[in-house]
Design a protein around this ligand. Sequence first.
Ligand code: NAP
Ligand code: 12T
Length: 339
Amino acid sequence: MIEKKEKYNVAVAGATGAVGRKMLEILQERNFPVDRLKLLASARSAGTSLEFKGEQVTVEELRHYSFEGVDIALFSAGASVSREFAPSAVKSNCVVIDNSSAYRMKADIPLVVPEVNPDAIGEDPGIIANPNCSTIQMVVALKPIHDKFKIKRVVVSTYQSVSGSGQKAIDELKNQTKEWLQGNELKPNVYPHQIAFNCLPHIDIFLDNGYTKEEMKMVNETRKIFSDDSIQVCPTTVRVPVFYSHSEALNVETEGPVTALAVRELLSAQAGVCVVDDPENNLYPLAIDGENKDEVFVGRIRDDISRERAVNFWVVSDNLRKGAALNAVQIAELLIAHL
Ligand code: NAP
Ligand code: 12T
């Protein structure tokens, strides 16, 4: 349990990565009460520095003793790093907010989206898990619909940006695009196939049931966040040649008499959601407009013409912000507000 203070000692593990850098930006932007800031990464970037509030902070190598005197640690260095180092942070009396998939489905670990299940955080958390980016933006949009009409089933296809797989993937899309336009041969590295001018129905690893791990995260995390194992989720996750923001096409079937009109009203009043839905003027959420914004954008809200009690809509959000760094910082804000 950490004590209530005016300012907190904060560590960012994976500070040099795509999500870590975004965390620094957001801590700064939201004026999170940071006393000392510790930046941790691998030995590769130890000694380099990153800017925080106009000052250069030196990056240190992540070690088991790195968390002495730290109150809150934001982890975004991958699941194996979280598995190895988060327990050491907890032993140092530090609360860990973990962005990796390592702890999300552990029964005693809260999985939190502040607009959806803030109470799940509990009294004395050690590790709090941040859901997967695709899950976060979907559940923010589903929340008021589930509360009013009870969701039975969601069929979802994702259009996920390359920044979801880190800085190397951002560079790969840039380089492949350039090489392709020059007529050069492309060599895939981060992904198993060319990502420039292509769509890959493959995110994270394939599992025995024929779904990918990313798809099963959407199934299992959604049920855990809503504390409702009856919700059926049928996902297809696809990587597209977009740099930032994931887009999702949803078909949502409910027990109650849902309509597009009701969904538009509910979502217009929902915290963290911005409805952009004016097709006559070609207005609908776009990945390029979602970049660097906090909101989850929803549009193309329409009744399902093939069945009753079902609607379709399109959801866009910046995967590095609401999908990762922003949600983690919002969890930290929730945590300190309740001390
Ligand atoms: P990234 O750009 O590749 O950055 C990886 C970061 O982890 C870098 O800071 C890297 O440090 C550090 N790191 C790697 N191995 C390490 C080690 N052995 N010890 C200490 N630090 C190590 O990846 P990213 O996109 O920021 O993603 C990072 C992680 O966040 C992902 O693996 C994923 O688990 C999670 N993530 C979550 C969401 C979400 O939906 N909530 C979204 C995206 C990512 P160096 O610079 O020294 O290599
Ligand atoms: N493989 O945090 O590649 O579980 O876009 C997030 C993003 C895993 C995660 C990706 C991934 C996660 C990706």
